[in-house]
Structure formats: C-alpha cells, structure tokens
Design a protein around this ligand. Sequence first.
Ligand code: SF4
Ligand code: SF4
Length: 114
Amino acid sequence: MLEHSAIVEDVNRCVGCRACEVVCKTHNNFPVNQSRIRVNQIGPERLSGALSMEYLIEIGGDCDLCLLCVSICPAKALVYCQTTQKLLEYVARGKSEVVMITNVKDYDPSAHLH
Ligand code: SF4
Ligand code: SF4
C-alpha cells in the first residue's frame, strides 16, 4: 500500500484565528490576503435552535509542507500525520477533515520545523 502523510484539521478545535494564514503568507513572502492555506467560515447558521459556526481549512496543492501552520496553531486544530496508520487513527477519533495529503513517503518534517 502506498504510504501517505497528511495535515488534518480537527473541526471542533479550530477557532478561526487565522494565525495559520498569517504564518503561511509570511513564510512564502506573499502579498496581503494570499496564502497556501485558507480558513473558510461556515455560518453562523441556526441548527436545532442554536447558532452554529464552523471553520473549515483548505490547503492548496502548492503547499511545501513546511508545517509552520501546524506548529503555530494555538488551538492545536491542525495535526500532521506522518504515516497512513496515524492518519487513519486520527480520522477515526472524531470530527476531522483531511486538508492536505501527500504520498511523499520519506518526508522528514523535523527538517522543516523551527
Ligand atoms: S487552524 Fe488553528 S491557526 Fe488556523 S484558524 Fe484554526 S485555530 Fe487558528
Ligand atoms: S505547511 Fe503548507 S499551508 Fe502550512 S504554512 Fe507551510 S506552505 Fe503554508
């Protein structure tokens, strides 16, 4: 089986602070309002009588897996799963979305984390 690694979002944890967008923009030296990661606000909407709002993360295919967004997230809503096994275990835990996936088997994130 082809080994995959991925960045996964725990939708229950994200608070929409957009620190991930800012660090990605800075890392890539992008102009204002441009980054490889996007925070999409869903809501507010009324569900079963209560107001609900969610933030869904989206990462573009040009992401270089620097993992700065993962390391800076104050809510620990972004998780890097280095193996397919870890990815499956994480997704099985609860409300999570796979936001970026790669089959770069021997990718070493420690070389990129500061
Ligand atoms: S993923 Fe983390 S850093 Fe990005 S908006 Fe959500 S809480 Fe903030
Ligand atoms: S891992 Fe990708 S999305 Fe996250 S900061 Fe780095 S380039 Fe941006």
